[in-house]
Design a binder for this molecule. Structure first.
Ligand code: S3P
Length: 209
C-alpha cells in the first residue's frame, strides 16, 4: 500500500495539518480499484462534523446512515457517558470493536464513527475491507470552539479539556492519517465538506468500474 501525501510534512507545525489541505491522500489501493468499496466511513476527532457531514453525504449518495455511538447507545439502552462511568472506557472500546466487525456485512452505508474508534488499528483495517475511509480534520483550537458548550462527551469532562483535546489529537493523528482521504474542515461549511466527501467517494469508489 503506498501513501503519497501532497503537503510537505516536514514543514508543518507539530500536531497540525495545514489549513489549505483539502485532499491529502493521493495514491491508495482504493484509488487503484484493489479494494472493495461498498460503504463510506467517516473518522476523525470529536467535533470535526462526522455526524452532520455524514447525514448530508448519505442523503446525496442515497446511502443509509449509521453512527457507531448511536448503535451502541441503542443496543445498551444507555448513553455513552454512562457506559464510560459505569463499565469503563475499555468496555466501551470492546463494544466498538464488536460493532466494527459487524459493519463488514453492510453495503451502501455512510458510517460515522466515534472519535477514538480508529485508534485501534484493527478497527481501521476492518473498515478498509469494505469502505472508503475519509477523515475529517480540524485543529485543537477549532475543535474546542465547536465542543466547548457540549456536555455529552465523557473524555472532555475533566479540568482541562483543551489540554485533553491537544493530547488526544496528537496521539491519534498517526491513525487519522491512515485514512484514504483527509479533509480539512476548518474553513469549510458542513455542506462544502459533504460535497467534497461525495466527490472523493465517487472518484475513488467507482474508479475503474
Ligand atoms: C470518543 C468520541 C465520541 C464517543 C465517545 C469517545 C473519543 O464520539 O465515541 O465519547 O474517544 O474520541 P464523537 O467523536 O462522535 O464525539
Amino acid at each position: 500500500m503506498i501513501w503519497r501525501i501532497q503537503f510537505p510534512v516536514e514543514t508543518r507545525p507539530a500536531g497540525r495539518l495545514p489549513l489549505e489541505t483539502w485532499n491529502l491522500k493521493l495514491e491508495t489501493d482504493a484509488v487503484h480499484g484493489h479494494r472493495n468499496i461498498f460503504n463510506l466511513a467517516l473518522i476523525g476527532f470529536m467535533g470535526t462534523g462526522k455526524t452532520s457531514v455524514g447525514r448530508l453525504v448519505a442523503d446525496q449518495l442515497h446511502f443509509d446512515y449509521l453512527d457507531t455511538d448511536d448503535v451502541i447507545q441503542g443496543r445498551t439502552g444507555r448513553i455513552i457517558a454512562d457506559i464510560f462511568s459505569t463499565d469503563g472506557e475499555a468496555a466501551f472500546r470492546k463494544m466498538e470493536r464488536d460493532l466494527v466487525g459487524e459493519l463488514a456485512a453492510r453495503t451502501k452505508t455512510v458510517i460515522a464513527t466515534g472519535g477514538g474508534l480508529p485508534a485501534d488499528p484493527e478497527n481501521l483495517a476492518s473498515l478498509k475491507t469494505h469502505a472508503l475511509v475519509v477523515c475529517l480534520w480540524a485543529s485543537p483550537e477549532k475543535i474546542w470552539e465547536r465542543v466547548k458548550n457540549q456536555t455529552h462527551r465523557p473524555l472532555l469532562q475533566d479540568v482541562d479539556p483543551q489540554q485533553t483535546i491537544r493530547e488526544l489529537l496528537a496521539a491519534r493523528e498517526p491513525f487519522y492519517r491512515q485514512a484514504d482521504v483527509l479533509l480539512n474542515t476548518e474553513l469549510r461549511s458542513v455542506r462544502e465538506v459533504a460535497q467534497q466527501t461525495v466527490h472523493q467517494f465517487r472518484l475513488e469508489a467507482y474508479r475503474g468500474r
